[in-house]
Design a protein around this ligand. Sequence first.
Ligand code: COA
Length: 158
Amino acid sequence: MVNAVYPGTFDPITNGHIDMVVRATKMFEKVIVAVADSTGKQPLFNLQERVELASRVLSDLPGVEVIGFNTLLVDFARKHNASVILRGLRAVSDYEYEFQLAGMNRNLAPDIETIFLTTAENYAFLSSSLVKEVSRLGGDVSRFLPQQVIAEIKKKLG
Ligand code: COA
């Protein structure tokens, strides 16, 4: 009966993130997609929009909840009875940053474990920033994003 928190900025949610959530539902009782405010990243979509988009594209998955937060991740995890933080590793370059995050979170909350899944190979190069850039410049992002997200990006970018 373990609940997991899958945190990120999700600006916007991509097929790579969705693949992670689908796989996580097979391992955990409940998967809480925790959408961070991340104002420092100056997101294209505001927090409410990112939560709504993620909720819409994940609505078919049982055991998945999408919640926004602007607190410490470990506090959010405790509040929602999650003992696992789930992160995706796309490439070796992710490792150093993820090692720091996991280390800090373990120091703050030794009772919460960070678990990593490697992302699907076909999404290993994907990031929300890249997808936004390709979209802004008129490239085809249909393999990387759900239809609902493509429509919202088009609305935002004009
Ligand atoms: N498929 C596709 N893309 C993926 C991916 C996957 N499986 N996994 C990660 N990414 C991309 C993201 O889209 C993102 O791209 P971007 O930088 O172009 O936007 C990038 O990889 C990594 O960002 P993300 O996963 O969104 O995490 P983040 O680094 O923005 O945020 C938080 C990390 C939210 C977990 C962290 O800032 C946090 O915990 N904040 C809360 C406050 C806190 O507790 N701080 C102390 C932490 S020790």
